[in-house]
Design a protein around this ligand. Structure first.
Ligand code: ADP
Ligand code: 5GP
Length: 195
């Protein structure tokens, strides 16, 4: 059985990562979404244990002390981290792991797992990103400004990733991500075919 691969999906808040990943899961079997721990409060419709493990700052610090995270980072006033154990277990089961994480976390994972594939999702423009953040209606105007400021910093690192997908049309973006994952499974190094 082929071991699963880990895919890091980054991109500015509001670019459409959750929307794209939701549709990707309908297309690809054998995917494991790594549920992060966060100190941010749940948005309407978010389910504890499915979208995030909603955690107190004390519990988050305890988990850091227990070395429970593959990576963790602060993002616009809250802490986010990837519980380590489940990522390795899923790969051993042959499942591909999806990490929806921001830039600092991606750098940490790249150091520990250089074989993880990094995909950066870009919006068609900064104006469209702002429009999406406002229309989602989940953050205050102040929080939206904080996320947009962070987005401008993140854009500058997009070129350090292995792939860039522009989320203009959702279906098109999902198809590109799907194709990237398929191509990564066709690498000669992984196709140990002997003649
Ligand atoms: P993220 O997970 O990156 O923060 P979301 O998936 O929550 O972003 O998307 C932010 C908002 O933008 C949502 O309201 C979503 O419906 C919308 N959206 C996502 N992709 C597109 C797209 N290609 N065109 C227009 N709106 C989009
Ligand atoms: P949101 O609050 O919009 O759900 O997420 C904010 C940012 O945190 C997004 O860029 C998302 O990718 C990132 N994020 C979510 N979970 C994690 C995590 O476990 N670690 C890191 N480093 N970033 C995360």
């Amino acid at each position: 059985m082929e071991r699963g691969k880990t895919f890091i999906i980054s991109g500015p808040s509001g670019v459409g990562k959750s929307t794209i990943l939701h549709k990707l899961f309908e297309r690809r079997p054998n995917l494991y979404f790594s549920v992060s721990a966060t100190t941010r409060g749940p948005r309407e419709g978010e389910v504890d244990g499915k979208h995030y493990h909603f955690t107190s700052a004390e519990d988050f610090k305890r988990m850091i002390g227990e070395d429970a995270f593959l990576e963790h980072a602060e993002f616009v006033g809250n802490y986010y981290g990837t519980p380590k154990r489940y990522v390795y277990e899923a790969m051993e089961r042959g499942e591909d792991v999806i990490l929806d994480i921001e830039l600092q976390g991606a750098i940490q994972v790249h150091e520990k797992m250089p074989e993880a594939i990094r995909v950066f999702i870009l919006p068609p423009s900064l104006e469209e990103l702002e429009r999406r953040l406002v229309s989602r209606g989940t953050e205050t105007a102040e929080k939206i400004q904080g996320r947009l400021t962070r987005a401008k910093v993140e854009f500058e690192s997009a070129h350090t990733y292995d792939y860039i997908v522009i989320n203009d049309d959702v279906e098109h973006a999902v198809s590109e991500l799907d194709a990237i994952m398929t191509a990564e499974h066709c690498r000669a190094a992984d196709r140990a075919v002997k003649f």
